[in-house]
Design a binder for this molecule. Structure first.
Ligand code: PLP
Length: 224
């Protein structure tokens, strides 16, 4: 599987989804999720023009960062243990998995610059999924104003691993509604203009529902 060809196909599918939903493809950024693959494979994504890279484990991020460094914009997309914050923070540009105050506090304590964060929301209600309940989002975001090293750029969700389009659509729509509720508050620390949602199996639906960052692993760089 050739990463460049995959990237081209994905861009075409993004363009189609944008056409269906009246959106501009320039507003959708692809994060190459490289957690299953080698640093060489990640490098190929960069060469194919995908310069946002996502990792879900501290070690995976540190290993790839050691080689690729500033060639990429780095996204931490997995659940983040507070004790890993110190090592990961200097390398990352975005954290997609902010889901508790203790983590916000730790990021604030360790940061020497503004850190762009997504609040992770469990919009599917699946027990196995990380993230806040939808009805907890507003009060959580409000309470983050104390931590002025954090900028809440958006919300993130993971849809269930199923094919039922209506259910997927509903999980994405719920995230967008939560975003609108946050935006209506006009918080200075939480512009919340981004939605991180959509993976290999569901990114077109996510785009139709408003995604601005899609996180693609398998369909782009493969799984080994
Ligand atoms: C693995 C992962 C992805 C990418 O999944 P694919 O189905 O391989 O595209 C996206 N987001 C998160 C949080 C992940 O852990």
């Amino acid at each position: 599987m050739n990463v460049k060809e995959n990237a081209e196909q994905i861009q075409e599918r993004i363009a189609e989804a944008c056409k269906r939903s009246g959106r501009n493809p320039d507003d959708i950024k692809v994060i190459a999720v490289t957690k299953y693959v080698s640093v060489e494979r990640a490098q190929q994504a960069i060469e194919a023009g995908i310069t946002h890279l996502g990792e879900n484990r501290d070690q995976g991020l540190l290993d790839k960062y050691a080689v690729l460094k500033e060639q990429a914009c780095w996204h931490f997309i997995g659940s983040l243990q507070s004790r890993k914050v110190r090592a990961v923070l200097p390398k990352v540009d975005y954290i997609h998995s902010l889901d508790r105050l203790s983590l916000a506090k730790e990021i604030h304590k360790r940061a020497d610059r503004k850190v762009k964060c997504f609040v992770q929301v469990n919009t599917s209600g699946e027990e196995s999924k990380q993230g806040l309940e939808v009805d907890e989002v507003l009060s959580f975001v409000e309470s983050l104003s104390t931590y002025d090293k954090l900028e809440i750029v958006g919300l993130m969700t993971m849809a269930p691993f199923i094919e039922d389009e209506q259910v997927l659509r509903q999980t994405f729509r719920a995230l967008r509604q939560a975003q609108e509720a946050v935006q209506a508050k006009g918080y200075e620390h939480a512009p919340c203009s981004e939605l991180s949602m959509g993976m290999s199996n569901d990114f077109e639906i996510a785009i139709e529902e408003g995604a601005t960052y899609i996180r693609i692993g398998t369909a782009l760089v493969g799984k080994e």
